[in-house]
Design a protein. Structure first.
Length: 272
């Protein structure tokens, strides 16, 4: 049978070999509307393709090998060629973010390999309640916590009215991380600081806290958190509330390897 300009129809198996795709993939792409057969026999349901469709099949295989999601593949194939770069930019950004996350994971793994499982010295400290200005951000999962924390820091500093005392920031994070993580950053209101527009004034409760000092990048904080939570579990201390990160160093002038952070979890709330 001839179609168009004397072009033979190819059965799906033959076309699959030509386009470097499996028969199962071709059926799936047909269902998605990504690569339709040139002809479908109404009686048998057999799919037939033109040889000229092989370029599209090979393009799909290439883009999938580059981890381009199928919806984006469809946009690239159906849109003008000059717009392909713009469509693929989002995929590149996602891959770069994943690569950065993998590098952070690798750095944490190397730290464990060099020093063993985290066993930072943990001590009990008593903390008073403090007046604070608070900003909240939502992170789209654990990998987005760094972005959300930075955004919350910027917002709370922009919204608070500066006083004469030093900047004292505390990050608040849930112990159990889900698909959506609520991140809070509190600015301690001392020596003239006060909450301004766009930030919430509140009180950071005091109590008895298990505390350890983390030295190093923020993205390796989970190692020290593990040490603190393991210490609490061994002593049957019930963790109450959020994990607190008290930022001692200024990251603007301190190298990541030298950042000092006090990590704290409440084990006994202050009684009133």
């Amino acid at each position: 049978m001839l179609v168009g300009v004397d072009e033979e129809l190819l059965p799906i198996g033959q076309f699959a070999r030509l386009g470097r795709l499996s028969v199962k993939q071709l059926r799936h792409y047909d269902e998605l509307g990504l690569l339709r057969p040139a002809y479908v026999d109404e009686g048998t349901g057999y799919r037939y393709y033109r040889a000229s469709q092989a370029r599209a099949a090979l393009s799909i295989a290439l883009l999938r090998s580059l981890d381009v999601p199928l919806p984006v593949v469809g946009e690239v194939l159906s849109g003008p060629p000059e717009e392909a770069a713009g469509v693929l930019a989002g995929v590149r950004d996602a891959l770069e973010a994943e690569l950065a996350r993998r590098r952070r994971t690798l750095a944490a793994l190397e730290r464990v390999m060099a020093g063993g499982l985290p066993a930072a010295p943990v001590r009990l400290v008593r903390e008073p309640s403090r007046r604070v200005a608070v900003v909240r951000e939502r992170a789209a999962g654990p990998e987005d916590i760094g972005r959300a924390t930075s955004a919350a820091v910027a917002r709370v500093l922009a919204g608070a009215v500066a006083g004469e005392g030093p900047v004292r920031l505390v990050g608040l994070f849930p112990v159990d991380l889900g698909e959506v993580v609520e991140v809070s950053v509190a600015l301690v209101l001392e020596e003239g600081w006060r909450a301004g527009a766009g930030v919430e004034a509140g009180v950071l409760p005091g109590g008895v806290f298990a505390c350890a000092t983390h030295v190093g990048p923020y993205d390796q904080m989970s190692l020290t958190a593990h040490a603190v939570l393991a210490w609490c579990a061994e002593r049957r201390h019930v963790v109450r509330g959020a994990v607190r990160e008290v930022y001692v160093s200024d990251p603007a002038v301190t190298a990541p390897e030298e950042l000092v952070t006090q990590l704290m979890v409440c084990v006994e709330e202050e009684s009133w």
